[in-house]
Design a protein around this ligand. Structure first.
Ligand code: MG
Length: 297
């Protein structure tokens, strides 16, 4: 199943792909709110799909606005350094344990919506990644059971403001600027994909040129391992999202560096899951915060 959250003619809706067509239901809050559909831990996505084809209307993909498929995940757990060549290019050692940081829902944008570069930074970087949506809550989940907890997979661009990210040892701020977490367009259920969504081509293109190209089989910690490992610490809840790490080729590790500029278009495509496309705009209001004792209130 391929399902998206959309807006069309100022109406919120949910859409599903089947037989090459996109059909949508508008105005039904119990279906539109995919966060709640997933949190309900049932066959909610299948119900959405069936309703779209029983009583939905056909819509043109080019005419709809895509929203992030989940707009307020209970957690967004991101994995750093989960592809060996990427760890190498950044100068970090390949980790023995998953390197986890958090993103927050406030930074999420949908397919075709602009990635936002703050005017004070010239270091907006791309990171093409596979997102894993948890559909069944659990704690201390075994590796063998882990994939039963996945509701869907999607595509993510973990946009990063590198100069801010590396100002400190904690990456949270540089990873959480508004308009930098691109997510979507589709939630794709596991039955459409190889087990654990492994072995899929993952490619990032900047203005049509390939800048990252790998296979999801290259992950150091695969999806089952990430779920099992994270759940030893915290309850994974239905509606959480795990963003599973980026392959080699990111902009800041290149010589010379390659960062995204106003007018650029970045695409992240994962085989059988979808293509997430975002243009880049500049937020001219963004001011660099200054450290020190002076303040202007
Ligand atoms: Mg990342």
């Amino acid at each position: 199943l391929r399902i998206a959250k959309i807006r069309h003619n100022n109406q919120l809706g949910v859409a599903a792909v089947g037989d090459g067509t996109l059909r949508a239901i508008f105005g039904d809050q119990s279906l539109n709110d995919l966060d709640e559909v997933v949190r309900a831990e049932g066959g909610g996505l299948r119900h959405v799909y069936e309703r779209c084809f029983e009583s939905g209307v056909p819509v043109q993909e080019a005419e709809v606005v895509f929203l992030p498929p989940l707009s307020r995940p209970s957690k967004i757990l991101c994995v750093g350094l989960n592809y060996r060549e990427h760890a190498d290019e950044t100068g970090f050692d390949a980790p023995e344990h998953p390197t986890i940081f958090a993103r927050f829902a406030s930074g999420l944008i949908g397919h075709n919506n602009p990635l936002v570069k703050p005017a004070f930074s010239d270091e907006l970087d791309f990171e093409g990644e596979m997102a894993v949506v948890i559909g069944r809550s659990g704690k201390n989940i075994s590796r063998e059971q882990a994939l039963e907890h996945v509701a869907a997979y999607s595509v993510f661009n973990d946009g990063s403001i590198r100069d801010v990210q590396f100002q400190t040892t904690q990456w949270t701020v540089g990873k959480n600027f508004d308009g930098t977490g691109a997510f979507g367009p589709w939630l794709v259920t596991p039955d459409e994909l190889p087990r654990g969504a492994t072995g899929l081509d993952i490619v990032t293109r900047l203005n049509g040129e390939v800048v990252q190209s790998a296979s999801t089989a290259d992950m150091i910690f695969d999806v089952a391992e990430l779920i099992s490992s994270l759940s030893t610490a915290m309850t994974l809840e239905a509606g959480d999202v795990i963003v599973s790490g980026t392959p080699a080729g990111v902009g800041f590790s290149r010589k010379p560096p390659l960062f995204m500029q106003e007018g650029d278009v970045c695409e992240v495509e994962i085989e059988s899951i979808g293509c997430l496309r975002n243009p880049v705009v500049v937020d001219q209001r963004a001011q660099l915060s200054t450290s020190g004792s002076s303040s202007t209130n």
